[in-house]
Design a protein around this ligand. Structure first.
Ligand code: TRH
Length: 382
């Protein structure tokens, strides 16, 4: 009997919740031959990067995955064998009740947010008995050590990346598909996925007045207000790049996750944010800059520094300092407001960071693989 897995996902905002849940659903279905049902409460973010998803439909099947619109009153369904509560989103009461009626009781995982912080090692895999029902949840933490659930790494990802890198026609095809010319000699091509509060104007000024020829590829809808302000309303749109000094801004369409991977593989530096694009940028093994999802009381600063401590390990001190200073400046941390100075040091370190990117991705590839770990843990309990 094919095991049935339910993934519950609540969209807080942006695309990450849907992005992480969809990527996991695809891995479970295609790499582990499981019957996967994704419950999601807001469909448009998913429809933005998954062709074939109809944001109006209550239920549909796309790419071998059953997608159900999670809304109240919750549908009466029999619970799956394994249940994933993405990002601690909670489960509908009627569903939890049905889980108590199932025999054996479903395996219940709470998939947590990714963090490089050390405390994750101790929290990963911990059971949490339900306060009054005969059910136990188990916390599953993605992470950067063997003591965590590791990172999502779809099978064949590294090979696909390296094949793409060696294939000039594949890269040319990518640029054609988003109406961009081939990169010019000496051009630094940057993908640019950040939150609206990034110090974008200071960086663009630095790039416009800088020595390097810069191309900045901005996905549709990203930092629209800041872009509008910096361009004086002459915002770039597909086929209409906007140039100032040494900088050319290109608007690129919001694309599928697979195409977004290729964009990260083809660019020289990747500005990413949140969780899923942050992980994909590391698999891309290129220099990257992380804009962390802002949290209350600046809790995201500790998250950022925990990642920097791991990522800069092995780098020579000046390069490590350049990375830390630019990441701090990009995340608006106090005392790091010299975006121009920080960028110049970061840019000068690019050759080193390119080598480091491959070593870092290699290190991450030795970690547990998230979906595989969940499947193994579930089968141990089923
Ligand atoms: O969109 P995000 O900012 O999502 C955030 C984060 O996940 C954050 O952790 C969470 O707390 C918050 O949502 C609620 O960034 P993230 O995580 O990188 O997710 C973006 C997704 O969009 C990712 O799966 C990649 C995908 N994507 C595409 O598929 N095509 C595109 O063109 C782009 C720009 C993104």
């Amino acid at each position: 009997m094919t095991a049935r897995w339910d993934i519950f996902c609540k969209v807080v905002d942006n695309f990450g919740d849907a992005g992480v849940a969809w990527r996991l659903a695809r891995q479970l279905a295609h790499e582990h031959a499981l019957a996967v049902r994704l419950w999601i409460d807001v469909l448009p973010p998913l429809a933005r990067f998954v062709p074939g998803v109809d944001a109006e439909r209550e239920e549909q099947r796309v790419d071998g995955i059953e997608i159900r619109h999670w809304r109240a009153p919750f549908a009466e369904v029999s619970p799956a064998d394994v249940v994933i509560e993405a990002f601690g989103c909670g489960l509908p009461d009627p569903y939890v009740h049905a889980m108590t009626q199932a025999s054996p009781a479903p395996v219940w995982f709470v998939l947590e947010y990714l963090s490089a912080e050390a405390w994750v090692d101790g929290a990963h895999g911990l059971p949490s008995p339900h306060p009054h029902l005969p059910l136990t949840r188990r916390f599953w933490f993605p992470g950067f050590t063997d003591a965590t659930g590791g990172l999502p790494r779809d099978s064949g990802l590294i090979e696909a990346r390296d094949t793409f890198r060696r294939d000039a026609s594949a890269r040319a095809q990518l640029w054609r598909s988003i109406a961009l010319p081939m990169p010019a000699e000496g051009e630094c091509r940057v993908s640019f996925y950040c939150y609206p509060d990034a110090p974008l104007a200071a960086l663009f000024d630095t790039w416009a007045d800088g020595d390097d020829r810069m191309s900045c590829l901005v996905p549709d809808g990203v930092a629209a207000g800041a872009l509008d302000a910096w361009t004086g309303g002459d915002v770039p749109h597909p086929g209409h790049p906007v140039s100032r000094g040494r900088l050319t801004l290109h608007s690129v369409p919001f694309m599928t996750q697979a195409a977004f991977d290729r964009l990260l593989w083809a660019c020289d530096v990747n500005f990413v944010r949140g969780e899923d694009s942050f992980v994909r940028a590391q698999w891309a093994a290129r220099p990257f800059v992380w804009h962390v999802y802002r949290q209350a009381e600046n809790a995201h600063h500790a998250k950022l520094d925990a990642l920097l401590d791991r990522y800069t390990t092995g780098l020579d001190p000046p390069t490590a300092a350049a990375v830390r200073e630019f990441f701090h400046a990009w995340n608006g941390m106090a005392g790091f407001d010299q975006v121009d100075v920080a960028w110049r040091a970061f840019a000068a370190a690019r050759p080193t960071l390119e080598r480091h990117g491959s070593a870092w991705a290699g290190q991450l590839a030795a970690l547990p693989e998230l979906a595989t770990g969940l499947v193994k843990a579930a089968s141990d309990r089923l």
